[in-house]
Design a protein around this ligand. Structure first.
Ligand SMILES: [Fe+2]
Ligand SMILES: [Fe+2]
Length: 293
Protein backbone atom coordinates (compact mmCIF):
# COMPACT_ATOMS: atom_id res chain seq x y z
CA UNK A 1 0.00 0.00 0.00
CA UNK A 2 1.49 3.39 -0.90
CA UNK A 3 1.58 6.35 1.52
CA UNK A 4 -1.46 8.10 0.11
CA UNK A 5 -3.69 4.98 0.09
CA UNK A 6 -2.72 4.04 3.62
CA UNK A 7 -3.44 7.58 4.79
CA UNK A 8 -6.92 7.45 3.30
CA UNK A 9 -8.03 4.35 5.18
CA UNK A 10 -10.14 4.68 8.28
CA UNK A 11 -11.23 8.19 7.42
CA UNK A 12 -14.25 7.93 9.69
CA UNK A 13 -12.12 6.95 12.67
CA UNK A 14 -9.75 9.80 11.92
CA UNK A 15 -12.57 12.33 11.86
CA UNK A 16 -13.94 11.00 15.14
CA UNK A 17 -10.54 11.13 16.82
CA UNK A 18 -9.93 14.67 15.53
CA UNK A 19 -13.34 15.91 16.66
CA UNK A 20 -12.88 14.36 20.08
CA UNK A 21 -9.57 16.17 20.46
CA UNK A 22 -11.03 19.45 19.21
CA UNK A 23 -13.85 19.11 21.72
CA UNK A 24 -11.34 18.89 24.54
CA UNK A 25 -9.27 21.90 23.52
CA UNK A 26 -8.87 24.59 26.17
CA UNK A 27 -11.21 27.55 26.45
CA UNK A 28 -10.07 30.94 25.21
CA UNK A 29 -7.72 32.91 27.46
CA UNK A 30 -9.52 35.43 29.71
CA UNK A 31 -8.35 38.53 27.87
CA UNK A 32 -9.62 37.22 24.52
CA UNK A 33 -12.90 36.21 26.13
CA UNK A 34 -13.29 39.64 27.55
CA UNK A 35 -12.52 41.27 24.18
CA UNK A 36 -14.96 38.86 22.53
CA UNK A 37 -17.70 39.72 25.01
CA UNK A 38 -17.22 43.37 24.11
CA UNK A 39 -17.23 42.52 20.40
CA UNK A 40 -20.42 40.48 20.70
CA UNK A 41 -22.39 42.83 22.88
CA UNK A 42 -24.34 45.78 21.59
CA UNK A 43 -24.57 47.00 25.15
CA UNK A 44 -20.82 47.38 25.62
CA UNK A 45 -20.15 50.59 27.41
CA UNK A 46 -17.28 52.73 26.27
CA UNK A 47 -15.91 52.59 29.81
CA UNK A 48 -15.64 48.75 29.64
CA UNK A 49 -13.62 48.97 26.45
CA UNK A 50 -11.28 51.63 27.82
CA UNK A 51 -10.86 49.60 31.03
CA UNK A 52 -9.78 46.57 29.02
CA UNK A 53 -7.33 48.53 26.87
CA UNK A 54 -5.80 50.46 29.75
CA UNK A 55 -5.22 47.37 31.89
CA UNK A 56 -1.60 47.49 30.88
CA UNK A 57 0.52 50.05 29.09
CA UNK A 58 1.93 47.61 26.54
CA UNK A 59 -1.60 46.79 25.41
CA UNK A 60 -2.34 50.46 24.72
CA UNK A 61 0.93 50.73 22.79
CA UNK A 62 -0.01 47.73 20.63
CA UNK A 63 -3.51 49.00 19.94
CA UNK A 64 -2.06 52.33 18.79
CA UNK A 65 0.68 50.61 16.76
CA UNK A 66 -1.90 48.51 14.92
CA UNK A 67 -4.23 51.48 14.36
CA UNK A 68 -1.33 53.51 12.94
CA UNK A 69 0.11 50.74 10.79
CA UNK A 70 -0.62 50.23 7.08
CA UNK A 71 -2.57 47.14 8.20
CA UNK A 72 -5.40 49.27 9.45
CA UNK A 73 -4.82 52.05 6.98
CA UNK A 74 -5.83 55.13 8.96
CA UNK A 75 -5.14 58.34 7.14
CA UNK A 76 -4.15 60.22 10.32
CA UNK A 77 -1.70 59.28 12.99
CA UNK A 78 -3.24 58.50 16.37
CA UNK A 79 -0.87 58.94 19.27
CA UNK A 80 -3.19 58.69 22.27
CA UNK A 81 -6.05 56.40 23.15
CA UNK A 82 -8.47 59.33 23.41
CA UNK A 83 -7.54 60.44 19.91
CA UNK A 84 -7.87 56.86 18.60
CA UNK A 85 -11.37 56.68 20.08
CA UNK A 86 -12.26 60.00 18.51
CA UNK A 87 -10.98 59.04 15.04
CA UNK A 88 -12.07 55.40 15.01
CA UNK A 89 -15.06 55.31 17.32
CA UNK A 90 -15.71 52.51 19.81
CA UNK A 91 -17.24 50.13 17.29
CA UNK A 92 -14.08 50.10 15.14
CA UNK A 93 -11.78 50.03 18.12
CA UNK A 94 -13.45 46.85 19.40
CA UNK A 95 -12.17 44.99 16.34
CA UNK A 96 -8.59 46.18 16.85
CA UNK A 97 -8.74 45.26 20.53
CA UNK A 98 -9.99 41.78 19.68
CA UNK A 99 -7.19 41.19 17.15
CA UNK A 100 -4.49 42.41 19.56
CA UNK A 101 -5.75 40.30 22.46
CA UNK A 102 -5.96 37.23 20.20
CA UNK A 103 -2.49 37.83 18.78
CA UNK A 104 -1.02 38.32 22.25
CA UNK A 105 -2.54 35.10 23.54
CA UNK A 106 -1.82 32.88 20.55
CA UNK A 107 1.54 34.16 19.35
CA UNK A 108 3.42 31.16 20.71
CA UNK A 109 7.10 30.44 20.77
CA UNK A 110 9.37 30.17 17.75
CA UNK A 111 9.55 26.71 16.20
CA UNK A 112 11.70 25.29 13.46
CA UNK A 113 8.67 23.36 12.19
CA UNK A 114 6.36 26.31 11.73
CA UNK A 115 7.32 29.94 11.17
CA UNK A 116 4.75 31.62 13.40
CA UNK A 117 6.00 35.10 12.60
CA UNK A 118 5.27 34.43 8.94
CA UNK A 119 1.92 32.88 9.82
CA UNK A 120 0.71 35.92 11.85
CA UNK A 121 2.08 38.22 9.20
CA UNK A 122 -0.02 36.39 6.60
CA UNK A 123 -3.05 36.66 8.92
CA UNK A 124 -2.57 40.42 9.34
CA UNK A 125 -1.99 40.95 5.64
CA UNK A 126 -5.18 39.01 4.85
CA UNK A 127 -6.98 41.13 7.47
CA UNK A 128 -5.76 44.30 5.82
CA UNK A 129 -6.80 43.20 2.33
CA UNK A 130 -10.17 41.89 3.54
CA UNK A 131 -10.93 45.25 5.17
CA UNK A 132 -9.98 47.16 2.05
CA UNK A 133 -11.90 44.86 -0.30
CA UNK A 134 -14.94 45.07 2.01
CA UNK A 135 -14.79 48.87 1.96
CA UNK A 136 -14.49 49.02 -1.80
CA UNK A 137 -16.89 46.23 -2.78
CA UNK A 138 -19.83 47.44 -0.74
CA UNK A 139 -19.75 44.91 2.10
CA UNK A 140 -20.07 47.69 4.62
CA UNK A 141 -18.87 46.05 7.82
CA UNK A 142 -15.18 46.46 7.17
CA UNK A 143 -14.18 46.01 10.83
CA UNK A 144 -15.79 42.59 10.76
CA UNK A 145 -13.97 41.79 7.51
CA UNK A 146 -10.72 42.81 9.21
CA UNK A 147 -11.24 40.26 12.01
CA UNK A 148 -12.48 37.62 9.54
CA UNK A 149 -9.30 37.98 7.46
CA UNK A 150 -7.18 37.83 10.59
CA UNK A 151 -8.83 34.62 11.79
CA UNK A 152 -9.17 32.79 8.48
CA UNK A 153 -6.32 30.27 8.95
CA UNK A 154 -6.68 29.91 12.71
CA UNK A 155 -7.23 26.18 12.10
CA UNK A 156 -3.62 25.88 10.90
CA UNK A 157 -2.39 27.37 14.15
CA UNK A 158 -4.70 25.04 16.12
CA UNK A 159 -3.31 21.99 14.28
CA UNK A 160 0.24 23.14 14.96
CA UNK A 161 -0.42 23.87 18.65
CA UNK A 162 -2.60 20.92 19.61
CA UNK A 163 -2.00 18.24 16.96
CA UNK A 164 1.76 18.54 16.75
CA UNK A 165 2.51 15.06 15.43
CA UNK A 166 -0.22 15.33 12.82
CA UNK A 167 1.11 18.73 11.79
CA UNK A 168 4.54 17.27 11.15
CA UNK A 169 3.00 14.39 9.23
CA UNK A 170 0.94 16.82 7.09
CA UNK A 171 3.98 19.00 6.45
CA UNK A 172 6.06 16.03 5.40
CA UNK A 173 3.31 14.69 3.16
CA UNK A 174 2.74 18.05 1.43
CA UNK A 175 6.49 18.40 0.89
CA UNK A 176 7.07 14.92 -0.50
CA UNK A 177 3.86 14.14 -2.45
CA UNK A 178 2.09 16.03 -5.24
CA UNK A 179 -0.74 17.09 -2.93
CA UNK A 180 -1.74 20.48 -1.56
CA UNK A 181 -1.34 21.18 2.16
CA UNK A 182 -5.12 21.18 2.59
CA UNK A 183 -5.38 17.75 0.95
CA UNK A 184 -2.61 16.48 3.21
CA UNK A 185 -4.60 17.77 6.22
CA UNK A 186 -7.65 15.80 5.06
CA UNK A 187 -5.56 12.66 4.64
CA UNK A 188 -3.98 12.86 8.06
CA UNK A 189 -6.83 14.30 10.16
CA UNK A 190 -9.86 13.37 8.09
CA UNK A 191 -10.64 17.10 7.83
CA UNK A 192 -8.90 20.33 6.89
CA UNK A 193 -7.92 23.44 8.86
CA UNK A 194 -11.14 25.21 7.89
CA UNK A 195 -13.44 22.35 8.91
CA UNK A 196 -11.58 21.81 12.16
CA UNK A 197 -12.64 25.24 13.41
CA UNK A 198 -16.36 24.54 13.07
CA UNK A 199 -17.31 23.29 16.53
CA UNK A 200 -14.41 25.06 18.18
CA UNK A 201 -15.33 28.61 17.18
CA UNK A 202 -18.93 27.93 18.22
CA UNK A 203 -17.76 26.77 21.63
CA UNK A 204 -15.55 29.83 21.88
CA UNK A 205 -18.66 31.89 21.21
CA UNK A 206 -17.44 33.78 18.17
CA UNK A 207 -20.06 35.69 16.19
CA UNK A 208 -21.80 33.52 13.54
CA UNK A 209 -20.55 35.59 10.60
CA UNK A 210 -16.92 35.12 11.69
CA UNK A 211 -17.45 31.39 12.21
CA UNK A 212 -18.89 31.01 8.71
CA UNK A 213 -16.22 33.13 6.99
CA UNK A 214 -13.53 31.01 8.67
CA UNK A 215 -15.10 27.63 7.88
CA UNK A 216 -15.85 28.58 4.27
CA UNK A 217 -12.83 30.73 3.42
CA UNK A 218 -11.74 28.19 0.78
CA UNK A 219 -15.26 27.55 -0.50
CA UNK A 220 -17.47 30.63 -0.08
CA UNK A 221 -20.51 29.23 -1.91
CA UNK A 222 -20.98 26.72 0.89
CA UNK A 223 -21.99 29.59 3.14
CA UNK A 224 -25.67 29.45 2.33
CA UNK A 225 -26.62 32.29 4.65
CA UNK A 226 -24.34 34.97 3.19
CA UNK A 227 -21.27 34.01 1.15
CA UNK A 228 -20.01 37.59 0.76
CA UNK A 229 -17.65 37.76 3.73
CA UNK A 230 -16.17 34.33 2.97
CA UNK A 231 -15.69 35.43 -0.68
CA UNK A 232 -13.89 38.62 0.43
CA UNK A 233 -11.60 36.63 2.73
CA UNK A 234 -11.01 34.03 0.02
CA UNK A 235 -9.73 36.64 -2.43
CA UNK A 236 -7.75 38.49 0.23
CA UNK A 237 -6.16 35.18 1.26
CA UNK A 238 -5.25 34.30 -2.32
CA UNK A 239 -3.60 37.70 -2.87
CA UNK A 240 -1.84 37.66 0.54
CA UNK A 241 -0.61 34.12 -0.11
CA UNK A 242 0.99 35.16 -3.38
CA UNK A 243 3.57 37.00 -1.28
CA UNK A 244 6.24 34.64 0.09
CA UNK A 245 4.29 31.80 -1.51
CA UNK A 246 7.01 29.18 -1.29
CA UNK A 247 7.57 29.97 2.39
CA UNK A 248 3.91 29.73 3.41
CA UNK A 249 3.87 25.94 3.56
CA UNK A 250 0.21 25.72 4.58
CA UNK A 251 -0.81 27.63 1.43
CA UNK A 252 0.76 25.07 -0.91
CA UNK A 253 -1.65 24.39 -3.77
CA UNK A 254 -4.01 27.27 -2.99
CA UNK A 255 -5.92 28.23 -6.14
CA UNK A 256 -7.94 31.20 -7.21
CA UNK A 257 -11.61 30.48 -6.59
CA UNK A 258 -13.71 32.03 -9.36
CA UNK A 259 -16.85 31.64 -7.20
CA UNK A 260 -15.60 34.47 -5.01
CA UNK A 261 -15.62 36.86 -7.97
CA UNK A 262 -19.13 35.73 -8.85
CA UNK A 263 -20.33 36.37 -5.29
CA UNK A 264 -18.88 39.87 -5.43
CA UNK A 265 -20.30 40.42 -8.95
CA UNK A 266 -16.88 41.13 -10.46
CA UNK A 267 -17.03 40.61 -14.20
CA UNK A 268 -14.65 38.17 -15.88
CA UNK A 269 -12.80 40.93 -17.76
CA UNK A 270 -12.15 42.84 -14.52
CA UNK A 271 -10.75 39.99 -12.46
CA UNK A 272 -7.13 40.33 -13.45
CA UNK A 273 -7.19 44.06 -12.70
CA UNK A 274 -8.76 43.29 -9.33
CA UNK A 275 -5.94 40.93 -8.37
CA UNK A 276 -3.29 43.35 -9.65
CA UNK A 277 -4.83 46.28 -7.82
CA UNK A 278 -4.83 44.61 -4.39
CA UNK A 279 -1.47 42.96 -4.97
CA UNK A 280 -0.10 46.42 -5.75
CA UNK A 281 -1.66 47.76 -2.59
CA UNK A 282 0.56 45.51 -0.48
CA UNK A 283 3.56 47.45 -1.78
CA UNK A 284 6.77 47.23 0.19
CA UNK A 285 5.21 47.26 3.62
CA UNK A 286 4.43 43.65 4.22
CA UNK A 287 6.21 42.77 7.45
CA UNK A 288 3.98 43.60 10.35
CA UNK A 289 4.53 41.31 13.27
CA UNK A 290 7.77 42.98 14.35
CA UNK A 291 6.03 46.22 15.19
CA UNK A 292 3.54 44.39 17.41
CA UNK A 293 6.15 42.63 19.54
FE1 LIG B 1 -6.84 28.52 4.63
FE1 LIG C 1 -4.34 31.87 4.33
Amino acid sequence: MNTITSLNVNKKEKIEATLEKVYNLPALPDIVNEALRLLNSKKTTNRQLVELITKDQSFITKVLALANSPIYGLSREVTTLDFAIMILGYAELKHIVFVISFLESFKGVASKHFDQELYWNHSLLTARLSKRIAEEQGYGKSGEAFVAGFLHDIGVSIIFRYFKNSFLEIKELAASEPVSFIEAERMVLGMDHAQITDGLLRRWNLPGTLIRSTIYHHDPLKDQEDPMLAAIVNLADYIAASIYQDKLIWEKGIELNEDSFNVLCIRKDRREDFINKYTGLIGDEKDFTGMLN
